[in-house]
Design a protein around this ligand. Structure first.
Ligand SMILES: [Zn+2]
Length: 572
């Protein structure tokens, strides 16, 4: 009896306590879900969430760097009337922050640091620009530029006279728009040891004055190397400036994260300093230069650097299995259709891809290998397969093939089977389509730039630009992915249109899938509660306009981690 009495007493006490704590818990839950005072409320938007459970919305509530709520504007006003700041987006479209999964920030930055001579019509004006730049340069500093139109000027190239007179103390080297020619001043020619009696190098030409035979300063093709090899490598200060300028361009174009596809020791240092100084508005996922043996050994020993703040993560190596299709450097299984004597060249043997992959998986790194030709792709898949088989403990390797441009049909399903990510560039297709079939012939070309086949085989497919070789504007990539046409709309109906992606698939490639390719799908890539506030707010409703209008979409505002890093109203 007593025991029963005591027991029931304890039971009711326990029950009361449990109820009390349950009530507290519910109160806590309701407080945390309602969060009466978000830092920021975005209202009256067309939110394309890329979250299958809630594909569209109108409002987003933000606290710190995280999204705390997504819903309708009506609900938002009711729940969050006391938000610290409210932005009415007046119907603008909001996308998850766009991630470019294959970029070269450093090269973009370099082109921004150099004098931009594009569209400058006259020699005098170019000389004037060089003079201005020289005024703030120390004696001996190189003055570098690019973009004068060697095609247009070919019938009447300038001489180095005016350039030399304007800047006798500084070597000047100005590369043409298409990189077929460069224009150097006397100081640069002298440093390179180019004079009257210098012979033309193989595949290059030193233009000379008809009467005197002296070099004019115009160097064609490989003759440019005679000077360019004397240009000193970037300093840390220059690399930081270049990357900062490039990052600004990225956020202006609506990008919130990039995967930098070859990171050198200098770049690692520059990225670290920029992040520490709060001067990197963009999130960076770095692929270390796998050809630099010292760098590889150092990082394999040290292990990956995974940033808890998601600003700079370094956990992958970049390898090159072959070259490019245009220059016939891509390694093919059978000879080139338009050059039957060659099959291209493998630049890293399969055994090396395998051994680095195996060691990387062991040390917690991902491997991203450039492979363009079908032979290179097969070799990389074989190397990955063997390394994965021998490393069963590395459960989530997410190995990547960069470009995966020309594939043998039977290799396409292997991506999904091995869990290998295809990291592809829609504008490569539309830039190459004019000549790709000449290189490959009518059969192989069907499995080139084959996004649809790759996607349908069940593989992960992340999309990217490979800037600055292609434009960094992601809307050109999305347009190319869904049309397979150039910006003028050619060819009608699209080039091998059966390989087109849908808009939804293209957007996934630049958001959810790109986040997956850097192990960040739980942090970004979609607009949902708990994720980072990385958003791209754009000028048109991408889901309603014809494809040609996608080309004129501009970023209005870019958010990274809840901060506005670009605002079209105030930044120019
Ligand atoms: Zn690249």
């Amino acid at each position: 009896m007593n025991l029963t009495f005591r027991n029931s007493n304890w039971t009711s006490l326990a029950r009361a306590c449990a109820l009390f704590f349950l009530a507290l818990l519910l109160l806590g839950v309701s407080l945390s879900t309602q969060s009466p005072n978000p830092d920021l409320l975005l209202l009256n938007a067309h939110v394309v969430t890329m979250n299958d459970k809630q594909p569209s919305a109108e409002a987003i509530a933000v606290q710190g760097e995280r999204i705390i709520w997504v819903g309708t504007s009506g609900e938002a006003k009711r729940l969050y009337s006391k938000a610290a700041r409210t932005i009415d987006l007046h119907g603008a479209t909001v996308l998850p922050g766009i991630i470019d999964a294959h970029t070269h920030l450093i090269n973009l930055g370099e082109s921004l640091v150099r004098l931009n001579l594009k569209d400058i019509p006259s020699e005098n004006e170019i000389v004037e620009r060089v003079k201005q730049r020289a005024a703030s340069a120390a004696p001996g500093d190189w003055i570098l530029g690019w973009g004068w139109d060697e095609g247009k000027w070919a019938s009447n190239y300038p001489s180095n006279q005016a350039l030399s007179d304007a800047t006798p103390r500084n070597p000047v080297f100005l590369v043409g728009l298409h990189t077929f020619a460069a224009w150097a001043n006397q100081r640069a020619l002298k440093l390179a040891g180019i004079h009257k009696d210098t012979k033309d190098p193989e595949n290059g030409k030193i233009l000379r004055d008809e009467k005197t035979g002296e070099p004019t300063g115009i160097l064609l093709n490989r003759a440019q190397d005679l000077v360019s090899k004397h240009i000193p490598p970037m300093t840390l200060v220059q690399a930081k400036r270049a990357m900062q300028l490039a990052a600004r361009e990225c956020v202006r174009n609506g990008l919130t994260s990039v995967h930098e596809a070859k990171v050198t020791p200098l770049m690692v240092e520059a990225f670290h300093e920029l992040v520490r100084e709060g001067r990197m508005p963009l999130r960076v996922y770095g692929m270390l230069d796998g050809a630099d043996k010292n760098l590889v050994e150092e990082w394999l020993k040290r292990g990956p650097e995974i940033d808890p703040h998601h600003q700079l993560t370094i956990r992958s190596f970049k390898l090159f299995a072959d070259g490019a299709l245009g220059s016939r450097g891509a390694a093919l299984l059978a000879p080139y259709t338009d050059a039957p004597q060659t099959k291209g060249v493998m630049t890293t043997p399969e055994s090396e891809v395998y051994s680095l992959t195996r060691r990387s998986l062991q040390a917690g790194f991902q491997v991203c290998t450039h492979a363009i030709g079908d032979a290179a792709n097969r070799s990389v898949l074989d190397a990955y397969a063997q390394a994965e088989k021998e490393m069963p403990t590395s459960r989530d390797p997410r190995l990547r093939v960069e470009h995966a441009q020309v594939l043998a049909s039977e290799d396409i399903p292997r991506f999904a089977k091995l869990g290998v990510i295809a990291s592809m560039q829609p504008t490569h297709c539309t830039s190459d389509m004019a000549w790709a079939e000449k290189r490959l012939g009518p059969v192989r070309v069907k499995d080139a730039y084959a996004w649809r086949s790759v996607k349908d085989s069940g593989s992960h497919l992340s999309l990217s630009s490979d800037f600055p070789g292609e434009t960094l504007n992601p809307f050109y990539g999305i347009y190319a992915a869904i049309t397979r046409q150039d910006p003028q709309g050619n060819p009608p109906g699209g080039w091998y249109p059966e390989q087109k992606l849908t808009l939804e698939e293209a957007l996934r490639g630049y958001t959810v899938e790109a986040a997956y390719a850097e192990f960040q799908e739980s942090e970004k890539g979609s607009i949902e509660k708990g994720k980072l506030v990385d958003l791209t707010i754009i000028s048109k409703d991408i889901t309603k306009i014809p494809p040609s209008a996608i080309l004129s979409i501009r970023a209005l505002k870019t958010f990274v981690g809840g901060k506005i890093v670009y605002d079209a109203e105030t930044d120019h």
